[in-house]
Design a protein around this ligand. Structure first.
Ligand code: SAH
Length: 353
């Protein structure tokens, strides 16, 4: 059976029926779960039901470690799952609210050459309720102040893992997190980032048209993308750009292309020119970010100034582009870095014991 945290109100209603409880209890349980509460903390339920729920699989997360950026207040969390695995999440504060970045898998199997999340492959998919639980944990850690309001207003699925490689759980998560009886976060305030699983992307466009789409492009052509993103050998840039265009046309929403600038790989004026010409006719925006250095990888980022230069080349060719503000760079903010360092430290300590 899936964990309690992964159950929708109607699934909980079925469970209540099985337990001989009135239907309205389902909604109460769902509300408590969205506040990160465990069965014994669900104080408006009869003791007997709390005890019964306590014997079932919960499927939640807890905060294992956290770091707060001295620069901008960004909080990087390591969450622990019930099987002992740990994954990252980040809470960032902006003028319009707080954005939570969550992981969708423990590790990742996409193998991008610049990314720390994928160094040890994918251990397992996350369940919808586990993803929900990361948000509840952060909200308990940083309460809103006003009980009726929520700390987290926006979500980005940009932590470890490839969301479209865990398609069903991600779509279920979107359903749970947007339910008005629970967290009530509108799909319009949710972004998903993919390295480009084309068939899943086409399906996603139909099933979740209100979610903002980011595509990790990182190269203007197949030759360069082949070198840094193995997925490109399966789905070529032409196919991926077509799928992105389809999303923009079907949904009327702008696609964001993520582009990490890597020294001597994808950051020349020729690259900018080619990128702009490939993106012509797609309603899009390019988000540039100087590559974050990952110790195990032999790729170097460009300077902030070079990134600004690349942005102005793109703009000169008529493509909308900005350099992304870096958040939490003093706390291993980049994908998979904090988790990896923690695992390495713990393995070393275990060896020394
Ligand atoms: N698997 C998804 C989402 C996770 S990664 C995807 O590929 O989109 C979120 C973003 O961070 C992606 O655009 C990814 O390519 C980028 N990224 C990973 N490692 C990075 C690094 N070292 N520097 C800059 N961006 C990086």
């Amino acid at each position: 059976m899936c964990g309690l945290t992964s159950m929708s109100i109607s699934e909980l209603a079925g469970l209540m029926e099985e337990l001989g409880q009135p239907k309205f209890r389902a909604r109460q349980v769902f509300e408590w779960i969205s506040r990160g509460k465990r069965p014994q903390e669900m104080t408006n339920l009869p003791k007997e039901l709390r005890d019964k729920l306590d014997t079932l699989h919960y499927g939640g997360a807890s905060i294992y470690d956290k770091r707060v950026s001295a620069k901008d207040g960004t909080i990087k969390y390591l969450f622990q799952l019930e099987d002992g695995n740990i994954v990252e999440g980040v809470l960032m504060s902006y003028h319009y609210g707080n954005t939570m970045c969550i992981s969708t898998q423990v590790g990742c199997r996409m193998g991008c050459a610049f990314c720390a999340s994928t160094l040890e492959g994918c251990i397992r998919n996350l369940e919808a309720g586990e993803m929900l639980s990361f948000i509840a944990c952060a909200e308990k850690d940083v309460p809103h102040g006003d009980d009726k309001k929520r700390t987290v207003t926006n979500i980005v699925l940009m932590g470890s893992g490839e969301p479209l490689d865990n398609y069903d759980e991600v779509v279920e998560f979107l359903r749970l997190v947007s339910a008005p009886e629970g967290m009530n976060i509108s799909p319009r305030n949710i972004s998903i980032s993919t390295c480009g699983l084309v068939p899943q992307l086409m399906r996603f466009t139909k099933e979740a048209p209100h979610v903002t789409l980011s595509v990790s492009l990182h190269a203007p052509n197949d030759e360069t993308r082949d070198k840094i993103m193995p997925i490109n050998r399966k789905y070529r840039t032409a196919e991926l750009l077509n799928a992105a265009k389809y999303y923009a046309e079907e949904t009327g929403r702008r696609v964001i292309f993520e582009y990490a600038l890597i020294k001597d790989v994808n950051s020349s004026e020729r690259d900018a020119k080619e990128l702009a010409s490939r993106l012509k006719g797609i309603n899009c925006h390019v988000n540039l970010i100087p590559l974050n250095h990952v110790e195990e990888r032999h790729l170097t980022g460009v300077t902030r100034r070079d990134a600004e230069q690349f942005a102005s080349w793109l703009q000169g060719y008529g493509t909308s582009a900005t350099v992304r503000r870096e958040m939490g760079s003093d706390i291993d903010g980049a994908c998979g870095q904090l988790r990896r360092k923690t695992l390495q430290r713990e393995r070393k300590a275990a060896k020394e014991r």
